[in-house]
Design a protein around this ligand. Structure first.
Ligand SMILES: [Zn+2]
Length: 269
């Protein structure tokens, strides 16, 4: 899902050393920032998926949620567009989040293959989680935080979890679907690896700085469980082990605390 492969510079948020990036923003200096959404005309094949995204106002509503919570101090443009397989991502050069119409088709196919129909709610949840993940990269960029690639991806996933869990029951449901998406992706990758043979690793030249999909699923479920243990006992199972689940309350408190501290300069007052 979110920027599966770093074809767009964005998912790695790999700002050039020494000035390629627009740089950090002075906290609360301008007060004029925010996430602004734009929909580009879709390529013919993406028309239905573009309508799905636009008609449900997924990006507009999620941006409004974000804008009510933080002021990034700069404009971050959120562009919905036909990406022709590039994958959604964040580009620090243009300070732009790209959300791909073709992600809608991919997610729908993934869930339908697993028996979810029509999968509208699942697809919408995953697209919102993708947006918040990319917004996490944007916030990391604006705050000029320094992470390794893998740690930044994990932090962006945690930011997405934070934004969803702040929304209560609806957000919890979305986070469950996002975790499900990673489980389905992991199963797909494992099946592909099996059919490609043991020596296929890396043969396609793709590079992925994210944690493995199954671990990303477990992380989301752990944060959900840590945030709302009484409403999420059922998530303990094959993906989130009982032993890890026992520590999820502490883990979520640490993750939430770290993000709350980082976000302090940007919080709306
Ligand atoms: Zn990412």
């Amino acid at each position: 899902m979110p920027c599966v492969v770093a074809l767009l510079a964005g998912c790695t948020a790999s700002a050039d050393e020494g000035g390629g990036s627009p740089g950090a923003v002075a906290p609360n200096s301008s007060g004029g920032g925010g996430f602004v959404v734009r929909h580009e005309p879709p390529a013919g094949a993406d028309r239905g998926d573009a309508s799905f995204l636009r008609d449900r106002k997924l990006l507009e509503r999620s941006s409004a949620t974000l804008n009510a919570f933080i002021d990034p101090g700069r404009r971050v443009t959120v562009v919905a567009r036909s990406c022709e397989g590039e994958g959604s991502g964040y580009d620090p050069e243009s300070r732009r989040i790209e959300i791909c119409y073709d992600d809608v088709a991919r997610e729908r196919a993934l869930f339908r293959h697993a028996g979810h129909r029509p999968a509208d709610e699942e697809v919408a949840a995953v697209l919102v989680e993708t947006f918040f993940h990319e917004a996490g990269h944007a916030v990391i960029d604006v705050l000029d935080l320094s992470f390794t690639d893998r740690a930044e991806e994990d932090a962006a996933d945690q930011f997405a979890a934070l934004m969803l869990l702040r929304q209560g029951g609806d957000g919890e449901r979305s986070l469950r679907f996002a975790a499900k998406e990673y489980e389905l992706t992991a199963a797909e990758e494992e099946a592909d690896a099996e059919s490609d043979g043991a020596d296929a690793d890396g043969d396609d030249g793709e590079r992925d700085e994210h944690s493995p999909a199954r671990l990303r699923a477990a992380n989301h479920l752990c944060h959900l469980h840590g945030s709302a243990p009484g409403r999420s006992r059922d998530v303990v199972g094959p993906t989130l082990s009982r032993s890890r689940a026992a520590g999820c309350g502490t883990e979520w408190a640490r993750v939430r605390g770290a993000w709350t501290e980082r976000l302090a300069p940007l919080l709306r007052r």
